[in-house]
Write a protein of this length. Sequence first.
Length: 229
Amino acid sequence: MKQPLAYRMRPESLDDILGQKDLVGMDGVIRKCIEKKTMFSSIFYGPPGTGKTTLARVIANELKVPYRRFNAVNGNKKDLDAIFLEAKMSEQLILICDEVHRLNKDKQDLLLPHVEEGSIILIGATTANPYHSINPAIRSRCHLFEFHPLSKEDIKEGIDHALEAKEGLNGAYVIDEEGKEAICDLSNGDIRYALNILELSSVLCDEGRITKQIVLDNCKNVNSRSFSS
């Protein structure tokens, strides 16, 4: 089976990122950092589907720095040791830490010296409020960047791109404006959820035409978030 639409449509460059203009727009702080070929350890926090992990990957791609992902919930010391070794071999490495607010003290004790000396650039992603949930030892070593729900215009742009892109639906489907509005209302600023709804609607529609009724009849009671992690 092919990868979910939301996964296939993940941006690969800053210019492809939807929303978060205060971070990645022409005057955005992260764009300016990348233009200067530098990045600092950071915590990205905000609702699901707003591009936190995606932007972390894009930063690594733009800077041409190797990266590894680590989940604070189920990652272990052996995983961290392998990451530390790779960071030493490559001089610098970006560590994208999912659920960073769940990083326990033992893992922090292992990680913090490498963050302190700069061999690892930590980019933590979380839906939790870092001022309440992130350990002060981590927080004091990181810049905090808030991510906001995407606007309807951003969601519609993502839908249009997914419909036409070769790696997306490749021009095989069309959707009317009311259908887009319905997806926007259901997704509530979450682009991953919106693309999951679009993908389900494409499977359920007839003759390649996605309408508001198809979206509402088939998707409003379905937890489409389960289609993609």
